[in-house]
Design a protein around this ligand. Structure first.
Ligand SMILES: [Zn+2]
Length: 533
């Protein structure tokens, strides 16, 4: 882009359920900034989706790399023309195509798109990635020689010590213990001395800032040394997309769910393999009675600015004052086995390896609410939650759906599969669930024109759609009985039809919008508009 390169997100940054797979480049808080290809190649993939990357282009280069440009507002004319043809062919706004090498060649610095904010609620920016074309591993673009000025050290906000088995303790506690941080004269940090025994580990909350922006970004690397020996390293160089869910076991997931603070653990309780990390003995430190240890953690940003923290430890056997509370109304999960439990009208089935570890699962039914533990345990895979609905009439069943209930009481539709007397959902989160009714049709209203209006001076027609209960499942727009491309913006709930898409020979036209919600309630709006030939 022909604007200064300022980042609001770095590669490997810890995000919700994923590591950030590229750079987030600021676009002056606006959309429509020209995006140019970083090198010659060809467009190898174009995807338009309501969520995720929104509108995204992939360019494959002859040097073995693929670059990715996401959250775009629109594509360049030649790409726009190509993708619109596909959209009209399959009659869908959402689309994904893989053009072959000769279809859309791209030269270096060719205008390919305009920046936007498509794909959800994250504000305007350009998400940029560099991937290895063959392996599809994503690579830190900063390694390719962007020069972004950064003269300040990364920061450590919080450090937590963990007792990693039932016999170990830190300052007499068998529980996560936050340490006090003091700054030394030389700029290094030190914590209070801890007295511990057994298997322990550490975790940190960190961030880094570039000179030109106040955004708190991820760090580039982290190292842990125990008495000078390296036991753990994190380096934001490259990872595979099938590893990205491991974020939930690299962080203290329970603390994140309860306090919304991400503590990156320097130990590997569950022995996972993640390209971003390496461990010696899983980064777990064994403290013996009477010995002293010095743990040093060094974090760095990409430019090499660093921050060091020392944790002095004395091995001292003590009586444990508190133990982690044990669950009472619970079911034992053996994570390498299939686990299934039923209660009243609800059933949960966890396939092998749904979880990363064994634990006691809390599973209760209170009134109409099913509680499947709480969201503090990370999941590796989906499980099935089934409701027996034999008490409902056929008419009621049509309007019924499975909803999750978040901590603030908000309900959210979960993909409900209906099989006569059982409804089920395949899901990757724990917490509260219930059955709800959606008796209301979606709402449709004309947004920038009125029925029977002349719209010759309009560039587009906008229609607002919404659904109060289960949410919108699909929409369809037609003019004079033929499908038209309507772009849906999930942040404004507005459908937009570009009047230049089709040329007409008549002045009078019929616009028809059909919207269906997630339980199948359907609404139709028909209107007439006039346009000069
Ligand atoms: Zn991004």
């Amino acid at each position: 882009m022909d604007i200064p390169l300022i980042l609001s997100g770095t590669f490997g940054e810890l995000r919700s359920n994923h590591f950030h797979s590229g750079l987030d480049i600021k676009t002056n808080q606006r959309e429509g900034i020209e995006v140019f290809s970083s090198a010659e190649g060809y467009v190898s993939r174009i995807k338009i989706s309501l969520w995720g990357f929104g509108k995204v282009i992939y360019i494959t280069h002859p040097n073995g790399y693929t670059t990715v440009y996401a959250h775009l507002q629109k594509f360049s004319d030649k790409i726009e023309e190509y993708i619109k043809k596909q959209q009209y062919k399959i009659e869908s706004f959402e689309v994904e195509v893989f053009p072959t090498e000769n279809e859309i060649p791209i030269s270096k610095k060719e205008l390919i798109a305009y920046s936007g904010s498509t794909g959800g609620f994250m504000g305007p920016h350009l998400h940029f990635e560099i991937r290895d074309t063959k392996t599809e591993k994503t690579i830190n673009p900063l390694q390719f020689g962007f020069n972004i000025s950064d003269s300040t050290n990364p920061r450590i906000n919080t450090i937590v010590a963990y007792a990693l088995d039932s016999l170990s303790h830190i300052n007499k506690l068998n529980a996560p213990t936050q340490l006090t941080i003091t700054k030394l004269g030389n700029g290094n940090l030190i914590t209070n001395r801890i007295f511990a025994i057994g298997k322990i580990g550490f975790g940190l909350n960190t961030f880094d800032q570039f000179d030109a922006a106040s955004n708190q970004n991820g760090i580039y690397s982290l190292q842990v040394l125990v008495n000078g020996e390296k036991v753990h390293q994190f380096e934001a160089k490259s990872f595979s997309f099938n590893e990205t869910n491991l974020i939930n076991v690299l962080i203290d997931y329970e603390r994140f769910q309860t306090l919304k603070q991400r503590i990156q653990k320097c130990f590997n309780e569950f022995s996972f393999d993640l390209s971003l990390t390496s461990f010696l003995k899983n980064g777990i430190i064994t403290i013996e009675d009477g010995l002293t240890y010095n743990v040093e953690i060094i974090i760095k940003d990409f430019n090499g600015n660093s921050q060091k923290i020392s944790i002095p430890i004395t091995g001292k056997k003590d009586i444990i004052l508190s133990k982690e509370k044990e669950n009472i109304t619970s079911y034992k999960i053996k994570h390498i086995e299939f686990n299934e439990f039923s209660k009243d009208f609800a059933k949960v089935a966890f396939p092998k390896n749904t979880f990363y570890n064994d634990f006691y699962l809390n599973f209760e039914v209170t009134g109409k609410i099913v509680k499947v533990h709480s969201p503090i345990v990370p999941l590796a895979n989906n499980y099935t939650l089934t409701f027996d609905v034999s008490n409902y009439s056929e008419a009621e069943k049509n309007q019924l759906y499975i909803a999750s209930i978040s901590n603030n009481g908000k309900t959210n539709y979960e993909t409900t599969i209906k099989k006569s007397n059982t409804f089920y959902t395949s899901i990757k989160k724990l917490g509260k669930f219930t059955l709800l009714f959606d008796n209301d049709k979606p709402i449709i209203s004309l947004f920038n024109f009125k029925n029977e209006q002349w719209v010759s001076n309009h560039t587009n027609l906008k229609v607002k759609i919404s659904d109060r209960e289960s949410g919108i499942k699909s929409f369809r727009g037609e003019i004079d009985g033929k499908w038209i491309l309507m772009e849906f913006d999930v942040t404004t709930n507005i459908l937009t039809y570009n009047l230049k898409d089709i040329s007409y020979s008549e002045a009078k036209h019929n616009l028809k919008i059909v919207v269906i919600d997630n339980v199948g309630n359907l609404n139709t709006l028909e209107s007439t508009f006039y346009r000069k030939k």
